[in-house]
Design a protein around this ligand. Sequence first.
Ligand SMILES: [Zn+2]
Length: 454
Amino acid sequence: MKKLVFYIAATLLTLTTYAQQAVDYEGGRLIVGDGSAAIENGAFVVRNGHITAIGRTINAPAGATRVSLAGKTVMPAMINVHVHIGYEKYTSWGAQNYTAENVLDHLQREAFYGTAATQSVGSSPLEASLQFQRDQQAGKFPPASRFFFIPGYAPPNGGPDEVLREATNALHAINEVSTDQEARASIRKMAGLGIKAVKIWVDDRRGTYPKMTPEVYNAIIDESHKHGMLVHAHATTLADQKAVVRAGADVLVHLVQGEKLDDEYLALLKEKKPYWATVISLGDPTAVCEHDPFFEQAMPATVIAKIRATTVRRPLAPSCGPPAPNAAARETIIEYNFPRMIAAGARVVLGTDTGIEPGHTFGSGEHVEMARWVQLGLTPSQAITAATQRPAELLGLMDMGTLAVGKRADFIVLDANPLENIRNTRKISAVYLDGAKFDREAVLARWKKADAAR
Ligand SMILES: [Zn+2]
């Protein structure tokens, strides 16, 4: 017994010493994440999981462990404000897979690809999600992306597409509200639980779904704002985006599909400046079809084979085949609308919708979305800010999102410079969370083993 106590005490001492031990990372290109010029040949010090000094020249504390970043570029870890976590299991997809273990697996996939915080939007069951957050904050899980979630609101039988609907119905994960009183009462309950934001679906899926009424979404937005909560709005038509922005929605999710933006909307955007989770790549051909190991490495062979064998396109589901009949028209609209949204003041923020249907890999979509923004006119620096500092600001994570003194040491070490080519965010050498190197090799080996056993 005495021996055991001594052993525990010694272990704790070792861990504490390790945690407090300063590490001096030096000689790398540092992308701060706030749009400022990169610090060439810069250095930073990490202690207790936080950045305590950063700059061109710094005074490293005596005894600090030195790590060379020669030839490397460091950027802040990403923050993804829009995914649907918990339902994908790669052998099946649905409510039966929603366990803490599976949520953790998805968060480790996010971490593997460099995402330090991940927000599940509208589809996560309330009690289980609150419990998971408490457990993760208490350190009960191995390292992973930090979990955040926001509850979702829809009219009865409305909300997500039919695949996600079936799963969320089984878990009663969506709050169905028909009247403004119901909506306000539910938002007050969420505020009491410490919830910081909610999602509304304002979409009738081309007339196939009941539509959320203005009475209901006005009540949700008004009551949320009274409690300091933000509202994310799924709206995909010009009329719906106008309506929710006018009503005060804080975050737009998705592109306006198939319509050019008009001056009335652009004026509204100039006035309101909403955040905008573009989720462009969800509608793109999947990167899996490119045979790129970056996407394949964490994906089961059976899933890759299935996607490759699927050549008939279906909305949201990954497939490899000829372009969808509307692909060129979609692209023309995106090229017209995207720069106008940005110029009007919409604040782009990283979201991918990963997990909404079978066959998406958590974490890799972030890199596709950033490249898409650059293709459409953002600079790589602006794209990185939209994936790091801005989502941190949106989520109220004051200690995340940039490389700066006082921030958590969540960062990605890259073998090439993404300011020269945004696709270099895929050349990941290492990911650090809370100052500790995330063991990418170990999780990858575990996924490969599970894949081989199938
Ligand atoms: Zn979504």
